[in-house]
Design a protein around this ligand. Sequence first.
Ligand code: CA
Ligand code: CA
Length: 296
Amino acid sequence: MLRIPKTKVQHFFDAAVPPAAYAASGDTVTFCCQDCYNDQIDREEIDLRVLHIPYYNPVTGPLYINDAHPGDVLKVEILQIRLPEYGVMSVRDGTGSYRMEGSYTRLFPIEDNEICFDAGIRLPVCPMIGTIGTAPAQGTVISETPGEHGGNLDIKDLGEGVTLYLPVAVEGALLSMGDIHALQGDGETAICGLETAGEITVRVTVCRPDSYIPTPFIVTKDSYLTTAADASLDKASIAAARKMHRFLQEYSPLNDKQCAMLLSLQGDLRISQIVNPAKGCVLQFPKGIAGEQFDL
Ligand code: CA
Ligand code: CA
């Protein structure tokens, strides 16, 4: 199986970044990832402010997928996320949502799939990919922000067994990912999940759908999730909701008014994160209740 080593990292989604590896549609690939601090924090005494890290959030890749052309959709099945034996969190006043004095950096051990938090608190891990995306059609998008290309989505649902659909805007798609979290709540309110290095194994498949797919689009065991990001949470929330409205009209027998009503009854609008340059929302809707036909 193809493995991309964690030395093959960069901090941009950009068609000008040379591919780190090549794959065919249907291949299974493992991305070996640094943590969001570029693997620079291995002691709790390290002060982030003196590390002089020019960019956070390294992503491994990009992977060039043969026969992926602009206008296609890339299906990324998240098969496995392997965590190391600890994760890092670092908080201080002025980052994230909370007021606090000073700074606090912790390396929390991960034992038996549980996080050994402070004060005897143990939390089951729920591994997820924080940052995953394809290259945009033009220009550069820094890996710290989310957008229509994916990027720093920080959506806690992006774990094992989940499928993510991303746009293909350039030849080869140029898929990159990193920023693994062992656990993260909706909002990521203190600016970090339990940040870890690790290995992500995915299957990549090029799709040429006849109908609209609201990328970046997430399909879990029991839900569909549309996503949107904007500096304004108001705008992000409406954009995520409207994407699901259009998805239901495309794939169910219901009309626009019926879809709106059903979304108001059974759709859950959630804030995925409020700490990145563009904030994120998802509209989560249960599978199988709208008579929808989506089997891509
Ligand atoms: Ca992140
Ligand atoms: Ca992170």
